[in-house]
Write a protein that binds this ligand. Structure first.
Ligand code: FES
Ligand code: FES
Length: 174
């Protein structure tokens, strides 16, 4: 079997019924998809399969042989975050971070599908079934809406260039 994972073609040696989640994490060391419920109910294992968000815990690898898989690692670089990644970072939409990869991947698919600004109810629908144990839903939805509007980068509440940055207390204020 073969998969193209984040643009790199990979030969897969796991048994055909192995969940894609475990192929990614255990065979390929792609660890952003998280093993949450492993029953399709929490969304934290979500990846893009040929551009569509899917639960990798419920997907046998043989069923997606030849597909293109995109995970959080394939969306941006540490120095060049994708719009959704940047919005999550800037708007404190990640707390423990466990749900974040699935949320970001699903939100990215929503924005690409819409091709323009997404509204709150659209975000709620697209992220329905994605559970955040830290309950940071308000900031997550705000971040997705901001990303869809290109509202990433310097924010109004950030100091002007040349001003001293405020002292930050470690940890999320969310
Ligand atoms: S781990 Fe796949 S939906 Fe929960
Ligand atoms: S940020 Fe902790 S589960 Fe969502």
């Amino acid at each position: 079997m073969k998969l193209t994972v984040n643009g790199i073609e990979q030969e897969i040696f796991s048994p055909p019924l192995t969940p894609l989640l475990h192929v990614l994490r255990d065979e390929l060391d792609v660890t952003s998809p998280k093993a949450g419920c492993q029953q399709g109910g929490c969304g934290t294992c979500t990846v893009l399969i040929d551009g569509e968000p899917r639960r990798s815990c419920l997907t046998a690898v043989a069923a997606v042989d030849g597909s293109e898989i995109t995970t959080l690692e394939g969306l941006g670089e540490p120095e060049q975050l994708s719009p959704v990644q940047a919005a999550f970072h800037e708007r404190y939409a990640a707390q423990c971070g466990f749900c974040t990869p699935g949320m970001v991947v699903a939100a990215t698919a929503l924005i690409e599908r819409k091709g323009g600004p997404v509204e709150r109810d659209e975000v709620l629908e697209a992220l329905g079934g994605h559970y955040c144990r830290c309950t940071g839903y308000v900031k997550i939805v705000d971040a997705v809406m901001a990303a869809s509007r290109g509202q990433t980068g310097a924010r109004e509440d950030e100091p002007e260039t040349g001003e001293e940055a405020p002292v930050m207390i470690p940890g999320s204020p969310a």
